[in-house]
Design a protein around this ligand. Structure first.
Ligand code: C2E
Ligand code: MG
Ligand code: MG
Ligand code: MG
Length: 286
């Protein structure tokens, strides 16, 4: 009987895998059409300083399926990566982000804002990535210091010397390099030593577990010490409560992002809520 149960479970497992595979194939096909069908959108999530004043935003990709709702990037980006679409989708994200930067530069209320743009490994490793980015900034007369590129440690599996030289070229041109999801990858510290980055973004898992977890707090504290030593700034992401905000502030954090301040919004909504001269009041609820 045990053998029969085992065989049934095995078949069930294989069947589930086949279904998952077919679903991903369907999604990959739809993703390919999504660009031409203009189904992608960028949302903007505010980043603020210690006083709650807006300093910039992170551009976050959304896929609006016809007739359906938004598909989360956590769901479709792995499929797009697997299918090799990320460089093309990433190009669209970058061009769209550039339009926003041009728009921001025209208004005194938004002129100083920085825009953080996520870049996938495949996209960054393309031979012409740096040239394409810098050429676009020049053509559109965008101040490079308004652009931040967010990269993750997953790229460290590639040629580190090449990564360092690409980052250096961008950095020399004035672009800010940010290391996203810091603390979730392998051997983060050895990467920090080698990479010419300006900023690390502490992963939200650290931020969210910090209050009430002494070990986590000590770890966070040392991350800030290391960042100071290496002359890097730290952005805390995933701030959902006042408690997390105050705790991170006490460690010396200067840039914050999370639902506590604001959710990602389409550009018009973002402007309506954020783009005026006075600092918006911080959310009262913790
Ligand atoms: P990420 O770059 O680490 O972006 C932060 C994610 O945390 C976003 O999820 C954001 O909506 C979410 N978030 C922000 N504040 C909070 C909070 O207080 N609580 C919680 N629970 N979540 C918060 P999102 O938009 O679903 O994006 C997920 C990931 O997809 C991003 O993580 C990034 O790795 C990737 N991604 C998004 N847009 C792009 C893109 O244009 N290009 C590439 N290559 N990757 C992207
Ligand atoms: Mg990011
Ligand atoms: Mg992040
Ligand atoms: Mg993340």
């Amino acid at each position: 009987l045990n053998t029969i149960v085992a065989i049934i479970m095995l078949c069930g497992g294989v069947y589930a895998m086949q279904r998952e595979f077919a679903r991903n194939l369907d999604q990959a096909r739809d993703l390919k059409a999504a660009l031409t069908n203009r189904e992608f959108e960028l949302f903007y999530q505010p980043q603020v300083d210690q006083t709650g004043k807006l300093t910039g935003a992170e551009a976050l990709l959304r896929w609006k399926r016809p007739g359906g709702g938004y598909v989360s990037p956590a769901e479709f980006i792995p499929v797009a990566e697997e299918a090799g679409f990320m460089p093309v989708i990433g190009d669209w994200v970058f061009n769209e982000s550039c339009k926003t930067l041009v728009f921001w530069q025209q208004d005194a209320a938004t002129r100083d804002l920085k825009l953080s743009v996520n870049v996938s490994v495949d996209q960054f490793m393309k031979d012409d990535f740096v040239d394409t980015v810098l050429a676009r900034l020049t053509t559109l007369e965008i101040d490079p210091t308004r652009l931040k590129l967010e990269l993750t440690e997953s790229m460290m599996a590639d040629d580190v010397d090449l990564i360092v030289s690409k980052m250096s070229a961008l950095r020399t041109a004035g672009v800010t390099i940010s290391l996203d999801d810091f603390g979730t990858g392998y051997s983060s510290l050895s990467h920090l030593r080698r990479l010419p980055i300006h900023e690390i973004k502490i992963d939200r898992s650290f931020v969210q577990e910090a209050p009430g977890n002494k070990r986590n707090q000590l770890l966070l504290k040392s991350i800030f010490d290391i960042a100071r030593t290496l002359d890097m700034s730290v952005v805390a992401e995933g701030i959902e409560t006042k408690e997390q905000f105050l705790l991170l502030q006490s460690f010396g954090c200067t840039v914050f992002q999370g639902y506590y301040f604001g959710r990602p919004l389409p550009l018009p909504g973002f402007h309506k809520q954020w783009a005026h001269d006075s600092a918006p009041p911080l959310a009262e609820t913790a």
